[in-house]
Design a protein around this ligand. Structure first.
Ligand SMILES: Nc1ncnc2c1ncn2[C@@H]1O[C@H](COP(=O)(O)OP(=O)(O)OP(=O)(O)O)[C@@H](O)[C@H]1O
Length: 361
């Protein structure tokens, strides 16, 4: 089922929290609402669920206006950060709950409910845990029960609010991969809230980056990563290095480096050079137009090498680099860092700067 979010605004006591949000989430798509604390992610999720009322705008499910439809009748499954399982019910009873409370024509025979619960337990890989109470399950297992419970009633949409927020790193990682596979299999329409960019990139088909109640960018993970639309998106995705330079006489001045530029020359003034650790590649051999740096430290990290380096002679803050090589650069040695994949900004305006490598020869 598709979700159309049409010009949603929300104010709390006069303060705008969502400012004209429009977005379509396609049938079977998993969307992540990603943003810093207070950017309005949870509020938007709750408005989709019908747990919160929009100040203006509309939510449409498959083209049908949900404005006057209660949360219950929207047929939305919800999973919260803190499991919210019924403590006095076993895992199996928790999963069955939404089915056992059904009335009238919707009521299912007991045998059907039992069969559905068995299927769901198998799906969340907890077949042997049906009789356990929440207190007898780990955090990750409880969250899988919560997910099975949300899926039991075959909701049209599954909404997840920081579902793995309370879990430790390894369990979190396992559950991310697991929910990705589950979604590939079941293809429900899902929206989940997270402030963790890795989690969003790993799970979602589309990442919706929010800031101050607005959408900065809503795109596939690859697109968000390769073509971040704003400085905020670029900075929010990873711990990006920022070097302060300036433009003078149509050239980029960076410390003691002066780099000729090709194409359009920006107006003179300050410029921020944003370089992601993964884009900060370096070589031992001198390269024209590259930044000389001194390696301060290097250590293996998760199959790559993490390097701290200092531009020679002028910049106090070390640069973070991630090298996809086996060899560790030697501390104290000079290397040359390419700026070819840097982004250039003046305030929030992106400058179309390209270093002219031919001008050196
Ligand atoms: N019921 C409420 N009454 C008043 N203000 C609220 C209410 N709910 C949320 N807010 C405010 O709305 C803003 C957005 O909150 P929201 O919870 O949607 O952000 P978020 O991006 O989900 O943040 P977090 O990651 O911290 O949960 C915040 O400034 C918050 O204080």
């Amino acid at each position: 089922m598709s979700i159309l979010i049409d010009s949603i605004q929300k104010t709390f006591g006069g303060a705008p929290v969502l400012k004209d949000i429009s977005l379509t989430i396609e049938t079977g798509e998993m969307a992540a609402l990603l943003g810093p604390s207070g950017s309005g992610k949870t509020t938007l999720l709750r408005i989709i669920a019908g747990l919160e009322t929009e100040t203006s705008g509309r939510i449409l499910f498959d083209g049908a206006d949900m404005t006057d439809v209660s949360a219950r009748d929207r047929r939305v499954g919800f999973v919260f950060q803190n499991y919210a399982l019924f403590r006095h019910m076993t895992a199996g009873e928790n999963i069955a709950f939404g089915l056992t409370v059904r009335k009238g024509a919707e009521k299912l025979p007991k045998a059907d409910i039992e069969a559905r619960v068995r299927d769901l337990l198998a799906m969340v890989q907890l077949t042997d845990f049906a009789g356990r109470y929440p207190a007898q399950l780990s955090g990750g297992q409880q969250q899988r029960v919560a997910l099975a419970r949300a899926l039991a009633t075959e909701p049209r949409v599954l909404l997840l609010d920081e579902p793995f927020g309370a879990l430790d790193a390894q369990v979190r990682e396992d559950l991310r991969q697991w929910i990705r596979r589950l979604h590939e299999k079941l293809r429900f329409t899902g929206v989940f809230v997270t402030h963790d960019q890795e989690e969003a990139m790993q799970i979602a088909d589309r990442v919706v980056v929010m800031k101050d109640g607005r959408i900065e960018q809503a795109d596939a993970p690859e697109e968000i990563w390769t073509r971040p639309k704003t400085r905020f998106v670029l900075k929010f995705l990873c711990d990006v290095n920022v070097l302060q330079g300036r433009i003078e006489d149509g050239k980029l001045h960076l410390g003691s480096l002066i780099l000729p530029l090709s194409g359009e020359k920006p107006a003179p003034g300050p410029v921020d050079v944003l370089l992601r650790p993964i884009d900060a590649q370096m070589k031992r051999t001198f390269g024209l137009g590259q930044l000389p740096i001194e390696v301060l430290s290097s250590r293996p990290k998760g199959g790559a090498v993490q390097v701290l380096a200092r531009p020679e002679g002028w910049y106090p803050e070390p640069i973070n680099a991630i090298l996809l090589e086996d060899a560790l650069p030697t501390r104290g040695n000079t290397y040359y860092m390419s700026l070819d994949r840097a982004y250039f900004y003046r305030g929030n305006e992106r400058l179309p700067i390209r270093i002219d490598h031919h001008a050196f020869s």
